[in-house]
Design a protein around this ligand. Structure first.
Ligand SMILES: N[C@@H](CCC(=O)N[C@@H](CS)C(=O)NCC(=O)O)C(=O)O
Length: 218
């Protein structure tokens, strides 16, 4: 039975983007189940039909359901071990998991102030000190990974992996809000924006016409 990945609006759902790009970039076949977000009871019920968390993304693999973007990437890394979503070396893998968890549980100011919205015209906004600190820390993470592990390819650990998938929506946030970045960071963003899976998500997001008003305030 084919894997099913339940996702929300590609324009806005940064959580959905992560596992989608991770699976697609690694040629892991799945059926996409799209449920529009914040439309009311009926669509919420549809999400609840897949996961009692009531949130997307969720991955259904036969009788196994995995909810939460990072848990899905972890599951895919085990289920499709040949794809090497995490680095082979244990220390590098620990680093990849640390930055993925840091992304998953942190950077609230950046997330709140610079929501992912691919339709939004590119333009800078005034950011809080907390958001600026988040941006500085993310750049530090990327630069450190590229310096330590980037010899074998343009991504954080060389080839595209789970940690890159976790940061993929940040690349859109930095681009959309015209965040000034260091040259090495721009190279990493360019590599991400050249990834066919990233481009496929972006094209589909731009083709969406659904608008979520509460995400259109900046
Ligand atoms: N920690 C979760 C967060 C999931 C989440 O917040 N998803 C949002 C969309 S981006 C959602 O489903 N919102 C719908 C709702 O709350 O009704 C993950 O990483 O998957």
């Amino acid at each position: 039975m084919a894997l099913q990945l339940v996702i929300g609006n590609k324009n806005y759902s940064s959580w959905s983007m992560r596992p989608w790009v991770a699976l697609r970039a690694n040629r892991i076949a799945f059926e996409e189940v799209f449920i529009p977000l914040y439309t009311g009871e009926a669509d919420k019920k549809k999400i609840l039909g897949f996961t009692r968390s009531g949130k997307v993304p969720a991955l259904v693999d036969g009788d196994v359901t995995i909810w939460d973007s990072l848990a899905i990437i972890e599951y895919a890394a085990e289920r499709f071990a040949e794809t090497r979503l995490w680095p082979e070396d244990r220390a590098s893998r620990a680093h990849a998991r640390s930055i993925s968890a840091e992304m998953h549980s942190g950077f609230a100011a950046l997330r709140n102030e610079c929501g992912m919205n691919l339709h939004r015209p590119v333009g800078a906004i005034a950011l809080s000190a907390d958001a600026r600190a988040d941006i500085a820390r993310i750049q530090q993470i990327w630069i450190e990974c590229r310096a330590r592990y980037g010899k074998s390819g343009p991504f954080l650990f060389g080839t595209f992996g789970g940690a890159d998938a976790m940061f993929a929506p940040v690349v859109h946030r930095f681009r959309t809000y015209a965040i000034e970045v260091a040259p090495g960071v721009q190279d990493y963003m360019d590599a991400m924006m050249s990834l066919p899976a990233f481009q496929e998500w972006t094209r589909a997001a731009l083709a969406e016409t659904l608008v979520i008003e509460k995400f259109e305030t900046v």
